[in-house]
Design a protein around this ligand. Structure first.
Ligand code: 8BR
Length: 487
């Protein structure tokens, strides 16, 4: 593969897509957003924290290995465990008490928008789409501040029984708590002493305290559902956050209730515009019952497009009964990319999808059902556009507008990505999925599907990698829809 050629294709695709975006009337984005509060822990922070506790108590709590954070001592114990092993961890908390305690006793360095729907809404608004309608069932006043303040980003609000679209800052629900996730980063080499035991932090990593308030429901307010047409015109919907559905709730409801409500919303979105396309963005879902229900009951047959990373491909295959394929995707051996390709094709078939977009570090694969109205070149442009956005996001941490997104064009295409694809080429040509020439274009032709593969831009020292996956999926989906509208 000629790296220079792929650089040029990125540039051409970026400007092609930029011209198409104004053809989109609107995009609906739901359901999850939160606030990420980030704190880099220094020596002094750690000493200050330790002084708030009796070291014997900390030691005892470490031994119980708390699985959730109910009080500050649980936090302290899990922080020490994570630091001792240099291992990332994410631990839930079900009230906002720890948030208040951390604000009062430690504070954060900075805070930013978190959650897939929050990140995607802001990105699409900054890509200057005509209209982005975000819907977050738990939009608090504090959370509303993290949405881009631009005229094209709106949120439904109930006014005198009527649903109207307003900027998020005028559409929040008064009096509800904010969902704040705390991210504690720490560096290798930090010396820690607790109750006479010493250790040195072996590597940089982080501990996340994720907020899971018990009252949160992944659902749409009844009035908004009933007046969904007030959100239109929209051409597409990007839905995420289903991983927040729980198996059982204290009020006796179960995941089945929320799965069926979610499907009703999807059906209504499509009924109001039969041309509308729906994309679901997956993330890791620990609970296998929920993971399977999301895939087989919400995604399968109801949505058109799925976005996910390689780990999620493996996890999805696993609950769909393809254990062997799942393991070979996760093992990432020499033929890892071949397994990934087969895994993505399997998802397209099992879930009756039109499109499966897998992003990996250095390359993206998009599997397409036969008969899609766009050409493979147009799909390739959509992927290349999203690769440029990923480059810009990794470089700057955030994309403020379309002009700034062009900064991603300066990021080089990944040499490692090109190398991985070169290895995959041997397989594809051998299996007659394409000729060597077709592979150079990134086009594959299966018996019951087509596919596009591209090497992607990778920033060597990224400013941050949070939200890049969401950026890739949203950029490519919006680009694809805009091109469909333009045709
Ligand atoms: P998830 O968060 O869903 O895993 O997605 C992360 C994606 O970000 C990866 O699939 C990869 O394509 C992209 N990415 C990462 Br991680 N680091 C990057 C970097 N330095 N430059 C560009 N893209 C990156």
């Amino acid at each position: 593969m000629d790296i220079q050629e792929w650089e040029q294709r990125h540039t051409d695709a970026f400007y092609n897509v930029k011209k198409s975006l104004p053809y989109l009337e609107g995009m609906f984005v739901a359901y999850n957003s939160n606030i990420d509060a980030i704190k880099h822990l220094t020596d002094e922070d750690l000493c200050r924290l330790m002084e708030l506790f009796d070291e014997v108590d900390i030691q005892k709590r470490v031994e119980t290995y708390p699985r959730e954070i109910n009080e500050p001592l649980d936090f302290m114990a899990r922080l020490l465990i994570s630091m001792r092993e240099g291992k990332a961890a994410e631990i839930p908390t079900h009230t906002s008490d720890i948030h208040e305690w951390l604000k009062a006793h430690l504070g954060f360095d900075y805070a930013r928008m978190g959650g897939q729907a929050g990140i995607i809404s802001n990105l699409l608004a900054r890509l200057e789409l005509k209209k982005v309608v975000a819907y977050i069932p738990w939009l608090s006043e504090e959370q509303a501040d993290y949405f881009a303040a631009s005229d094209n980003l709106l949120h439904p609000k109930l006014e005198d029984g009527k649903v109207v679209l307003k900027p998020p800052k005028e559409a929040f629900k008064p009096g509800i708590e904010s969902k704040v996730n705390w991210i504690f980063e720490y560096s290798r080499g930090l010396e820690v002493t607790c109750n006479g035991n010493n250790f040195t932090v072996p590597r940089d990593n982080r501990l996340i305290i994720s907020s899971r308030p018990k009252w949160i429901r992944l659902d749409m307010d009844r009035e908004i559902y009933e007046q969904l047409e007030s959100l239109y015109p929209i051409d597409g919907a990007m839905l995420s956050g289903y991983q927040m559905i729980k198996e059982e709730y204290e009020d006796g409801s179960t995941y089945k209730d929320y799965v069926s409500h979610s499907v009703k919303v999807i059906e209504k979105l499509k009924a109001l515009n039969p041309e509308l396309r729906i994309h679901v963005e997956l993330t890791s879902i620990q609970n296998r019952v929920i993971r399977k229900a999301i895939l087989t009951e919400i995604v399968a047959r109801h949505v058109h497009s799925l976005g996910l990373d390689t780990v999620e491909v493996a996890n999805a295959l696993n609950v769909l009964g393809h254990e062997e394929l799942s393991y070979s995707v996760i093992r990432k051996e020499e033929n890892g990319i071949t397994s990934l390709y087969h895994g993505a094709v399997q998802l397209l078939k099992d879930l009756s999808l039109e499109r499966v977009h897998v992003h990996s570090l250095g390359f993206y694969i998009c599997i397409l059902a036969k008969g899609h109205p766009l050409t493979l070149k147009e799909h390739r442009d959509a992927l290349l556009f999203s690769s440029t956005l990923a480059g810009a996001k990794a470089l700057t941490g955030d994309i403020e507008n379309l002009d700034e997104a062009a900064a991603g064009l300066e990021v080089p295409v990944s040499g490692k990505g090109i190398e991985d694809l070169e290895n995959f080429k041997l397989y594809c040509v051998g299996k007659r999925l394409c000729t060597p020439e077709e592979f150079e274009f990134g086009y594959l032709y299966g018996a019951d599907h087509n596919a596009v593969i591209i090497p992607s831009k990778v920033v060597e020292k990224p400013k941050s990698t949070v939200g890049i996956g969401d950026t890739i999926s949203a950029g490519a989906f919006a680009a694809m829809l805009a091109t469909m509208k333009q045709k």
